[in-house]
Each structure stands twice: as C-alpha cells, then as structure tokens.
Design a protein around this ligand. Sequence first.
Ligand SMILES: CC(C)=CC(=O)SCCNC(=O)CCNC(=O)[C@H](O)C(C)(C)COP(=O)(O)OP(=O)(O)OC[C@H]1O[C@@H](n2cnc3c(N)ncnc32)[C@H](O)[C@@H]1OP(=O)(O)O
Length: 251
Amino acid sequence: MILTEVQGRAGVIRLNRPAALNALCDQLMGELGEALGRFDADPAIAAIVLTGSERAFAAGADIKEMQNRRFPGTYLHDFIGARWEAVLTVRKPVIAAVAGFALGGGCELAMMCDLILAAETAKFGQPEINLGIIPGAGGSQRLTHAIGKSKAMEMVLTGRMMNAEEAERAGLVARVVPAESLVSEAVALAEKIGGLSAPAVAMAKEAVNAAFELPLREGVRLERRLFLGLFGTEGQKEGMAAFLEKRKPRF
Ligand SMILES: CC(C)=CC(=O)SCCNC(=O)CCNC(=O)[C@H](O)C(C)(C)COP(=O)(O)OP(=O)(O)OC[C@H]1O[C@@H](n2cnc3c(N)ncnc32)[C@H](O)[C@@H]1OP(=O)(O)O
C-alpha cells in the first residue's frame, strides 16, 4: 500500500491504494510509519516527500474499517493514536505533495507534514460532518491555525472542499504547481534543503513547529536557545565565512 524510492537526497513515499482513493486503513498507516522511520534514520536522506496519486492524496480514514466501531472500545483502543502521528515524530522536513482529494484524515495527514505543495487539481476538505462525526486527527485544530476560524469553521461545519487556488490564498499550502511537475518540485525542494546545514535545518523545523504548540513568549525563548546553539556548529562557521569570502558555502 506504500511505494518508496530515493530521488537524490529525497526519500519519496507514495500512498498506493488506488481502488479506495488511498483511504487510510490500519495496514497503510502501519506501512507509512515504517517508511517514515526508515528514511528519517537514513543519513543519505535530507527530506521526505509524501505523495499519493493523481486522483487522490488520500480520501480520509477508511470508512469501511471505522463503520462498526463502538464506544468505549474506540476510546480504550484509540485507533488514531500514535500510529497516525508517526509523521510528527520525524526529525527531517516532510513535504506533502498533494494532487486530487485530500479529505478528512488525508487533509489532516497533509497538515501534519511540515509544508504542503499542491497540484492545481488538489482539493482539501474535512467532510467528516457528513458521516456524523468530526475531524479526529487534528483537523479542527491545524486547519484553524492554518486558515483562521471562519474559513475552518465553514469547512468543518459543512464539509465544503477548498480548491488549490483558494488553499494557497488562505495559507494552507506553500505553493501551487502543475500536476505533472508536483513530485519533481517537491524533490527539488528536498534537494535544496539537502544542500544546507543539517543542524540548522533541524532546528528551523523545530522552531517553526513550536509556534503551533507554545505560547509566544516560550516559543521565542526556544527559538533564541536554538539560534544561539547554532554558533556551536560548523554550518554557522562555514555559512558566514562563505558569505564574507563571496563564495558558495559547502555544508
Ligand atoms: C481521520 C478520521 C478520524 C476520519 C476520516 O478521515 S473520515 C473520512 C473522511 N473522508 C470522506 O468522507 C471522503 C469519502 N469519500 C468521498 O466522499 C468520495 O469517495 C470522493 C468525493 C473522495 C470521491 O468520489 P468519487 O465519486 O470520485 O469516487 P467514489 O466512487 O466515491 O470512490 C472510489 C472508491 O473509493 C472508496 N473510498 C473513497 N473514500 C473512502 C474512504 N474514506 N474510506 C473507504 N473507502 C473510500 C469508495 O468507497 C469507492 O470504493 P468502491 O469502488 O469499492 O465503492
């Protein structure tokens, strides 16, 4: 259900369950967690690209698998839990490359990544309300952080989908690119990141993500500690020396 390949410094993970529009079943999420862990541990990989098919990044959690779940069983054996949040434990940048549907858990998975590149065909939505439930993998929180209360509320309350252009305008996605160059653009981004100082990249990711979890003052304190810590790295010495010597840095 998952295909992986290495393209330059990028570890590319493709969700591959076409008959169900990449519905995120238990097996797929297990394979995804394993692939993320493998690329995160591989020193040759600078960043991870997570993508789906032309038709769907992922159409959400598997409704067939969820249909007969009952409370309190779901509460005692939280089927979202750590398995769904594997992407949040990855230290390297994770780029979601989204074409087609990113709905429900698919939208939530994309939002757990560090940034989203969207094809012109991308459609984002939290349609759980149509199933008699609400988002359960962070959608009500991350979508609201990303696009603000009114737009998020409208999408969560009505299940309305947002196209790529609107998603870019609203700040949900970093950039919209032609569908045919979606993965190559994401890989190019990973290559660019791969040419930078690895400790600076890791700390930049940590600092930006902290903005979602910490109050401003604590976030700024964390940023300051990380910033000061970078003066102990070779990357800072090389980066500043290269600038002053008017040459490209070699990290
Ligand atoms: C994370 C948590 C806690 C919750 C969730 O994610 S809940 C799920 C939220 N997602 C949705 O509600 C989207 C459900 N899917 C759709 O609305 C539609 O499939 C569509 C709008 C994405 C595409 O519609 P289209 O008419 O183009 O295609 P379909 O014939 O409907 O789908 C093809 C094929 O895929 C199966 N499918 C699609 N989504 C799911 C899903 N989330 N879970 C399980 N299966 C899914 C669909 O049943 C159909 O399969 P069959 O050909 O076997 O009928």
